[in-house]
Write a protein that binds this ligand. Structure first.
Ligand code: PBG
Ligand code: ZN
Length: 321
């Protein structure tokens, strides 16, 4: 076997190649700030004011990044997330800014309510036989309003991340009847209840005030159920399926290939923070660890990788070429 690994031969047989166009950069936009603010739990990442987006999108585009995923931090939160579907909401304004500054940058928006509700859950809550919980069908209406308002602002791809039953079918129907047939749905279809979202909740200010997300997000122990979730979303009309987190869930990702849809994987905030923290202590080489982790996510089957390393990785890939 080692004949194949001679330095001059090796590149001919590289089975997986990471490209800049595989990477999606998450962007946090905070309505309450006027200068970018560092996110301490996601070192090297920032919350941006809406006004800074033309410059940021130019920078990302010049780095070779083709797509961004937007998360908004609104000035006001309430019980029913009204700021999430306001025409002048933070994400709606951001989409318009980016699309006019860099029309070729693909804009994906996270469709969820947890950053906009005062209780921090992903939709409408109410009393159930088990106590207060996320209510499924009342929250679907909310997701449809959010998705349509993002589409109205010019989003190319809406990405529902709430893990509600029926969310893809409801959003597809709502988009189509509002005239947005061309807008894609990237479903967070197999999303696990994960400790690795910890740093994100600081970034998006979306920590919940009661209970947890285990009545809607998947158990990390369950592969069959994760497959069924994605299969349902495919049947409901999702254009792209997503597994989240990425690194510990590559088995899930590779099983989803048979569904025949493009796949995305989200290397989440905790995965980023682990690499950053170890690199800071000199325990691992950041660049090598990042490129290895992203290549392995590709190898397992991801067409797209949403990662906080997007911009740095794009620079490193340029240097390798
Ligand atoms: C909101 C959402 C979360 C993430 C993306 N969208 C957090 C959650 O579900 O609690 C996590 C992303 C990350 O950790 O990087 N539904
Ligand atoms: Zn949410």
């Amino acid at each position: 076997m080692r004949r194949m690994r001679r330095e001059v031969i090796r590149p001919l047989f590289e089975e997986t190649r990471l490209r800049k166009s595989d990477l999606v950069a998450p962007v946090f936009i905070d309505e309450t700030i006027t200068a970018r603010a560092p996110i301490s739990a996601i070192p090297g990442q920032f919350r941006y004011p809406v006004e800074s987006l033309p410059a940021l999108s130019g920078r990302l585009r010049d780095a070779g990044i083709r797509a961004v995923m937007l998360f908004g931090i609104p000035a006001e939160k309430d019980e029913s997330a009204t700021a999430a579907y306001a025409d002048d909401g933070v994400v709606q304004r951001s989409v318009r800014e980016i699309k006019s500054a860099a029309p070729a940058l693909v804009v994906c928006t996270d469709v969820c309510a947890c950053g906009y509700t005062d209780h921090g859950h992903c939709g409408i809550t109410g009393m159930t036989r088990d106590g207060p919980d996320l209510l499924n069908d009342p929250s679907l209406d909310l997701m449809c309003r959010i998705a349509v308002s993002h589409a109205e602002s010019g989003a190319d791809i809406v990405a529902p991340s709430c893990m509600l039953d029926g969310m893809v079918a409801a959003i597809r129907e709502a988009l189509d009847s509002a005239g947005h047939q061309h807008v894609l749905i990237m479903s967070y279809s197999s999303k696990f209840a994960s400790a690795y979202y910890g740093p994100f909740r600081e970034a998006a200010d979306s920590a919940y005030t009661f209970g947890d997300r285990r009545t809607y997000q998947l158990s990390p122990a369950n592969a069959r159920e994760a497959f069924a979730e994605s299969e349902l979303d495919a049947g409901e009309g999702a254009d792209i399926l997503m597994v989240k987190p990425a690194g510990h869930y590559l088995d899930i990702l590779s099983h989803l290939k048979v569904l025949g849809l493009p796949l995305a994987a989200y290397q989440v905030s905790g995965e980023y923070a682990q690499i950053k923290a170890a690199a800071e202590r000199g325990w691992i080489n950041e660049r090598e660890a990042v490129l290895e982790s992203l290549t392995c996510i590709r190898r397992a089957g991801a067409d797209l990788i949403i990662t906080y390393f997007a911009e740095d990785a794009a620079g490193w890939l340029d240097e390798e070429q």
